[in-house]
Ligand binder design. Structure first.
Ligand SMILES: Nc1ncnc2c1ncn2[C@@H]1O[C@H](COP(=O)(O)OP(=O)(O)OP(=O)(O)O)[C@@H](O)[C@H]1O
Ligand SMILES: [Mg+2]
Length: 396
């Protein structure tokens, strides 16, 4: 069918034609934010899931929902090796400048901007990736001690007072939260704990890989009580079918039930894969309804597209040693696997491959579902590795 009209949208963070199966989570977030704005207790919302599960698009949709309710939002993505102050400061400034346009609480907003100026000044040397200057006069002693845990807390408090004064809440949307260093994550948790205790309307809606809850728990043992960890998983059958069928239906195109069943089987309900299969089914079919044999043609193209993008960008970031480690895992199946079994497959001692494993966790390629277990963060990565490294010698 006409590729120009193709409604599907595979891609990192690409808005899907139909956001299937996430209404309950959006509603939960709406309630949490409304409670926080009203000064009532509510946990911060975190979205946890594998690569391609749909965290980013849900985070963005929650942000749109929040904007529509009149909250002040900001949205950042934590890249690897970037400090939290450098990540937050520019967007906090923007958010505060927007708040300052409302006349209600000019003094409180100005004080928050002074706090931010002190904060930026205090951390510019320590974190040399802060690339901004502040024209605001810092207030001596406010958020400028040089101790991140203390200063971030002080900063969030004045920011919270400003948002409260304006009659709104500041909602920080942070994607890829697992890349924030553990000591900085600890400071973030402490600061949010403080604003929660003082019932100030500042909160976080975050997204990250499955290692995030463990990292947060290690950073601060009370993190569990402060955050609601929502698992963003593959879509259940009815929702996965909707993700495939609804976009086509808008164009009066339908799928045979066997075709849908086959797409669900192949994709296991993973949103990224659903978009990729949807796209290629559409392109493969001559006419409506899309049949099971169209799915067969589409499958080859969908896999080729995934291999060239979704899987490829991850693979290209690996060292040869890391590739060998992952390939040995793939040979054992989709996982999770015991770390001892992987080491054995590599004919190495567990301790000698431990640094490789830990680098792969840091890079966000692996996570540990329980002590001594190791699993891929990219669904179906085992199959991909077997496709592109047919022998398991570690050479592509
Ligand atoms: N609920 C959904 N229904 C239909 N399609 C979805 C849904 N959620 C996500 N998608 C699609 O899945 C793909 C991946 O989504 P997204 O980038 O949000 O995943 P992610 O979890 O952030 O992945 P990563 O960990 O790689 O950043 C996109 O093409 C998006 O359009
Ligand atoms: Mg994402």
């Amino acid at each position: 069918m006409d590729p120009v009209l193709n409604p599907y949208a595979p891609g990192a963070g690409t808005r899907p034609p139909a956001l299937a199966g996430r209404d309950r989570l959006r509603e939960n977030a709406r309630i949490a934010l409304a409670r926080i704005k009203a000064g009532r207790a509510a946990k911060s919302v975190l979205l946890i899931g594998l690569r391609g599960a749909g965290k980013t698009v849900l985070l963005d949709r929650m942000r749109e929902d929040a904007e529509a309710e009149g909250y002040q939002t900001m949205r950042v993505e934590a890249p690897e090796a970037r400090s939290l102050p450098a990540l937050l400061a520019p967007d906090l400034r923007l958010a505060l400048i927007k708040l300052s346009r409302k006349e209600q609480a000019k003094q409180l907003v100005d004080r928050a901007l002074s706090g931010l100026a002190g904060f930026v000044g205090a951390f510019k040397l320590k974190y040399d990736d802060i690339e901004m200057g502040m024209s605001y006069q810092p207030e001596p002693g406010l958020a400028d001690n040089g101790d991140l845990e203390h200063d971030l807390q002080a900063l969030f408090e004045v920011v919270g007072e400003a948002a409260q004064g304006v009659g709104t809440a500041l909602v920080m949307f942070i994607d890829e939260l697992q890349y924030v260093e553990e000591d900085q994550l600890a400071a973030l948790i402490t600061a949010l704990h403080r604003t929660a205790q003082r019932q100030l309307p500042v909160t976080l809606v975050g997204a990250g890989l499955p290692q995030l809850p463990g990292r947060m728990g290690r950073a601060k043992s009370y993190a569990e009580r402060l955050f609601e960890f929502n698992e963003i998983g593959p879509l259940p059958n009815a929702d996965a079918a909707a993700a495939i069928e609804l976009p086509a239906r808008e164009h009066d195109v339908s799928f045979d039930p066997e075709a849908v069943a086959e797409v669900l089987r192949l994709t296991q309900g993973y949103p990224y894969f659903l978009q990729e299969w949807g796209k290629h089914c559409w392109d493969a079919a001559e006419r409506s309804p899309i049949t099971r044999s169209d799915v067969e043609i589409a499958t080859e193209a969908a896999l080729a597209a995934l291999d060239a993008s979704f899987f490829r960008v991850r693979f290209d970031r690996l060292t040869p040693t890391e590739k060998r480690y992952l390939r040995a895992m793939a040979a054992l199946g989709p996982g999770p696997h015991r770390s001892g079994d992987i080491a054995q497959a590599l004919q190495r001692e567990v301790q000698s491959v431990a640094p490789t494993r830990s680098n792969l966790i840091k890079k966000g390629m692996l996570w540990s579902p329980s002590h001594g277990d190791t699993a891929f963060t990219v669904p179906m990565f085992d199959e991909y590795l077997k496709r592109i490294m047919p022998d398991d010698s570690g050479r592509p």
